[in-house]
Design a protein around this ligand. Structure first.
Ligand code: RB5
Length: 154
């Protein structure tokens, strides 16, 4: 398991805490920045992590910002990314079991570090349930393809 991780300034402290947890668990990761609390634009970091995951360099990605919302919106613009905003362990487990989320996002201004660790665990330990859920993911992939085709035709 290799994890790509990134944040903007609003999620920098949460990212640092999650990296410490990944180290504790012996999980390989690459930190795509940002590397301080100096203001930056979250789409830049969301894109870097999302492209690393979509391109197959990493199986999973974790993104943090102030709310988790901005990085989630941006990451989901990258084809084959299923980024789930998770602020509770049930959603994190479901993101893995039902949605096969390859990225989770969290907000430093929303949750504490302890809960964030439990969320990462719940998501990493979840096994995709397949079956009807796979069929639904295929439909999402079709939406992505149809939209890409429309954009080419414009
Ligand atoms: C930055 O102030 C903040 O807007 C950002 O971290 C994030 O919450 C956006 O969704």
């Amino acid at each position: 398991m290799q994890v790509a991780i990134g944040s903007d300034h609003g999620g920098f402290r949460l990212k640092t805490e999650i990296i410490a947890y990944l180290k504790e668990r012996g999980i390989d990761y690459k930190d795509y920045g940002t590397y301080s609390t100096d203001p930056v634009d979250y789409p830049d970091f969301a894109r870097a992590v999302a492209e690393a995951v979509a391109g197959g360099k990493f199986e999973r990605g974790i993104l943090c910002c102030g709310t988790g919302i901005g990085v989630s919106i941006a990451a989901n613009k990258v084809a084959n990314i299923r980024a789930a905003l998770c602020h509770d362990t049930f959603s994190a487990r479901m993101a893995g079991e039902h949605n096969m989320a390859n990225i989770i996002t969290m907000g430093e201004r929303v949750i504490g570090f302890g809960l964030a660790r439990d969320i990462v665990d719940a998501w990493l330990n979840a096994k995709f349930a397949g079956g009807r859920h796979a069929q639904r993911l295929e439909k999402i992939a079709v939406i992505e393809k149809d939209i890409a085709a429309v954009n080419i035709c414009r």
